[in-house]
Design a protein around this ligand. Sequence first.
Ligand code: ZN
Length: 504
Amino acid sequence: MTEGRILVGRFFHESHSFSPQITSRDRFEIRRGKDLLAHARQSGTTLGGIVNRAEELGYEAIPTVSAVAPPGGLVDHDFYVKMRDTLIAQARQERYEAIALELHGAMATAELSDAEGDLLTRLREAVGPHVPIGVGLDLHAHVTPAMLRSVDICIACKENPHSDVVLCGERVVECVADVLDGKLEPVLTVAKVPMILPGAAETTAGPLAELHARARACASAHPEIRDISLFNVYPHADDTDMGQAAVVLTNGPSKRAQAVATDLAQLFWTWRNQFRDDLLTIDGALDLIARDRDRRPYLLADMGDRVLAGAPGDSTLIIERALAHGDCPRGAIPVTDPVSAEAAAKAGIGAHVTLDIGGRMTPGFVPLRVSGVVADLSNGRFVIKGPFGAGEGSSLGDTAVLLVDERLSIMLTSKPGFTHDPAAFTSQGIDVAAQDFVVVKSGYHFKLNFAGIGTPLSVATPGIGSYTRGLLHRRNARFWPEHEICEPQIRSVVYGISAKRRRP
Ligand SMILES: [Zn+2]
């Protein structure tokens, strides 16, 4: 039995640089101490993988803080500083041999475009060079030099949708344990290419499936390679040096790792024109739903207004088109609108109301006037069924369900929330199986959590949740296809805290 302690925690947010909404304290679920550990142990999260695997390996997990919010606008800077300083103060006080954290990797505040880089730089300064630090990141992280300089282990989940987040946490802890045991001298080699993926962003098919297969084959052929993480960089940030990245973790310096990282980054570039989606229009999707009812409920991914990509979730376009559609499909649609949710609550269950809903947050969106009956009121809290985020508490804020035209259940939520899970709907009294379609503000993860419940259908919709060339005015970032980029020079950069430096 190993005796040792690993400091654990989580600070997780994907921050949209162009959302008008600041992500404030009230959007975060925060846990500390024994509550953090108990919750993590039964959750389908990277932190869950970290805690459970650490304990299986015989380590005591020392909790710091866990703060997680649905994607959204920039994190309130003062709140970020408070959480950061809490975590670092505990890192100074507690006794432990290593640190393992779950971070997103694309968190930003109004003052920091690379929040994780800031957090990890300060954490490294606080704990010194001898303490191994491992981080488990989201696949959509924007890995930066400040992050890679500060950590020993940097591993992302590999799948989109993220089916392997628990495994990611387990890997982080296993590598950290090997560093403590003297079995691993971690070196990180990164190669980046200045591009994003405008489409074909799932790892189960297409060019990404091939890229990941090559990475896996490479890792299994060469024992010095402990991990290869290929990042789908989050496209709605505005940072310098943004781009698709390959990060190779090796035991000791490795020339092969440099070749592997640059080859994989080069493939992203070579195959860049294959990263395209061919999505249905809203009317095309509604026609299909009316035509082929055997496959209902359809799960309509509102790609432009995805809360899971940082959009506010206040679009009413699908509602407008569904009301105009001749074949009258039945549907459930979430809309972020605290004003209408409050008005419906004041009117009470059973009241007939006319409200101007949605369209209050995303630039260019306008409210839609609807009349209906208030069918349900709640505080919007629910527990994610999973597997993605399983067991996590979540909140839509005070929520009202408005039944419009006796067929559309419009879920008016006070906050942009996670709707990639059926529990978001069933907790509001909506019978998912009885619908012709359910709108989810998620592009990928809903396919895991609604598996076996309906038929996924991704719809091309406007909004700031999907990439549209020229839509957002970027001041810092330069990447294809937003900018004309000639054949980029792809080079690898090596990061490693040497064994000599590590020894106290
Ligand atoms: Zn992600």
